[in-house]
Write a protein that binds this ligand. Structure first.
Ligand code: KG4
Ligand code: ZN
Length: 339
């Protein structure tokens, strides 16, 4: 019997629904929220209101695109956390109601696990290589930066993580300092492509073991810009591309230094990247460079699975369903939800 999972993602500012049948993607529909652009970051109250407006049309669209009806859904999977509580509540309440109304199992999903398992989404008429276990994953998003060892679909352990800001936050905050709109990561990436990465240098943090830190870099970037503007009011305008290339290069090298250390420590050479920042071309190029230099077997997600999406929640729900890991109706979302 085939297994059809409806996945729901609403942890931050994207409302997304996806249908996955036997591990193959049938649809993945996401409504982004432009309402936050004017504020330079996500406003939680506005995010939960927008989720409420979007959730029904997004689910409806996902089912239509997948050509399935409510009765075809075997189980519903939703993001339980981590994320913004008000946002998570919308997806959680929807999933619970759907499960109750259709009398089908409810599956809770950790958003971070979802980002990693996005590598297991299969697509019709597309050859994609799935990572073999165990593999290492550098999970880099707007809220998290972690090095994770993946033993199997459902067993994973964090071996390093940021002690302050996430890599995506570093991108977004540095972007804001030079006047780019939110989220600044993709804009820095775009500008960096035509800039000189060696034009400016920023010091890298010295943090023990496999942990990361990005708050110092953000502050030193802010002071550097402030001092430079004092000497030349047009400094940002005249150096925009080089500033983007240099800050991106620094963030990527910080990420890669610890990843290389993790490879040495664990002896695992199968390496994936996941999360919003894994869309970054500088990071992807650095991975390709290490693959050639050190013989790493690398896994880079398809662009549509890098930032928040419900397909990653549906695929995780699929593996949890196979393992009979179901949630009960009294389940509550969690703003903090470590592996
Ligand atoms: O995974 P995600 O969609 O949401 C969270 O779970 O946080 O990640 C969003 C983050 C934002 O910080 C955004 O600026 C960053 O991913 N991002 C990028 C790129 N695309 C998205 N950062 C650098 N380069 C990109 N191309
Ligand atoms: Zn995410």
């Amino acid at each position: 019997m085939s297994i059809t999972i409806l996945g729901i993602e609403s942890s931050c500012d994207d409302t997304s629904a996806s249908v996955i049948k036997d591990g193959f993607l049938l649809s993945n529909v996401t409504a982004n929220q432009d309402v936050h652009k004017a504020y330079g970051g996500v406003v939680p109250e506005l995010a939960s209101r927008a989720h409420q407006q979007n959730i029904i049309p997004v689910v409806d669209q996902a089912m239509k695109q997948a050509n399935v009806s409510k009765k075809d859904i075997t189980a519903i999977a939703f993001t339980r956390g981590p994320g913004l509580l008000g946002s998570l509540l919308v997806g959680t309440s929807f999933a619970k109601s759907f499960s109750l109304a259709m009398d089908i199992p409810l599956v809770e999903v950790n958003h971070l696990q979802g980002h990693i398992l996005a590598h297991f989404i299969k697509e019709y008429e597309k050859e994609n290589r799935l990572p073999e276990f165990p593999f290492l994953c550098l999970l880099v998003s707007g809220g998290h930066t972690q090095l994770v060892v993946i033993k199997n679909h459902l067993e994973m352990g964090v071996i390093g993580q940021t002690i302050d800001d996430a890599a995506g936050e570093a991108f977004d905050k540095c972007a804001k300092v030079i006047g780019l709109s939110y989220p600044g990561g993709p804009l820095i990436d775009k500008n960096a492509k035509v800039g000189n990465k060696d034009a400016f240098s920023f010091s890298k943090p010295r943090i023990k073991d496999l942990d990361y830190s990005f708050s110092g870099l953000k502050t030193s970037f802010l002071y550097f810009i402030r001092d430079s503007i004092k000497e030349n009011p047009d400094f940002i305008k005249e150096n925009m591309m080089d500033l983007c290339a240099s800050i991106q290069h620094t963030i990527v090298e910080i990420l890669m230094d610890k990843l290389e250390k993790a490879v040495k420590q664990t002896g695992i050479k199968k390496i994936a990247i996941a999360g919003g920042v894994s869309a970054n071309s500088g990071l992807q190029n650095a991975m390709k460079d290490r693959a050639v230099k050190y013989g790493w077997d690398i896994f880079i997600p398809d662009f549509k699975f890098t930032t928040d999406n419900a397909a990653m929640i549906a695929i995780t729900g699929y593996y949890k369903y196979l393992n009979k890991e179901f949630a009960s109706q009294d389940i509550a979302p969690l703003a903090r939800f470590p592996f």
